[in-house]
Design a protein around this ligand. Structure first.
Ligand code: FNR
Length: 189
């Protein structure tokens, strides 16, 4: 298997100074040579409307194509009111439609998250794992990367300055690459 593992990175925040987007960009830099991470910006995904499933909005069709052509997905989710932000859930819902044509089917995935609070998105991450059950996505169990007190871990330009967090993100990306390779091999059997 010589092909690079393709990872699609999705951040659940549209904010310019988003810590989660910054964490995703840190993951891109920490990605091993055996893989690549492409970040898809969820800005512009319209609110889901079941009247607009056929045809899908072009940006949703693009997202679905990116998901399908990726070997795995890396989510960086904020925590909003103890759950995932609406923009992330909205994008997940849209890309799962129309019924029977979900782009998420069978995808290996990993989750990380950054929060200004002390639990580092733990509650949102477990909600996201629950969503994966119906989508039939295969969540990597470990390592769990929860980045608390995010304001202390990134500089003004969004560079990750915390060594401990950098090491955890590196471990996560490496584990996701191995997870995706295992799934690829299973599919080839
Ligand atoms: C938050 N925040 C937050 N933090 C947390 O740890 N638990 C929570 O339940 C919430 N709830 C919440 C709701 C809403 C509507 C907002 C806007 C914010 C704070 C959150 O961690 C903080 O805004 C992060 O900076 C969001 O991530 P990004 O945008 O920096 O990636």
């Amino acid at each position: 298997m010589n092909d690079k593992i393709k990872i699609l990175g999705l951040a659940g925040s549209l904010r310019n100074g988003s810590y989660n987007r910054a964490a995703l960009h840190a993951a891109v830099k920490l990605c091993p040579d055996t893989a690549s991470i492409e970040v898809f910006d969820l800005n512009g995904i319209p609110p889901f409307n079941q009247d607009q499933e056929d045809p899908l909005p072009q940006i949703v069709a693009n997202l679905k194509e990116k998901i399908r052509s990726s070997d795995s997905i890396l989510f960086a989710t904020p925590e909003y009111n103890y759950s995932v932000p609406g923009i992330l859930k909205n994008a997940i819902d849209y890309a799962s439609r129309p019924y029977g044509d979900s782009a998420w089917e069978g995808k290996p995935a990993a989750i990380m998250g950054a929060s200004i609070g002390m639990l580092g998105t733990a509650r949102a991450q477990y909600h996201l794992r629950q969503i994966f059950v119906f989508l039939n996505m295969f969540a990597l169990n470990r390592p769990e990367v929860m980045i608390p007190n995010a304001a202390d871990k990134f500089d003004e330009e969004g560079n990750l300055t915390d060594t401990f967090t950098r090491d955890r993100i590196k471990e996560l990306v490496e584990a996701l690459v191995n997870w995706a390779i295992k799934h690829k091999k299973l599919l080839q059997q």
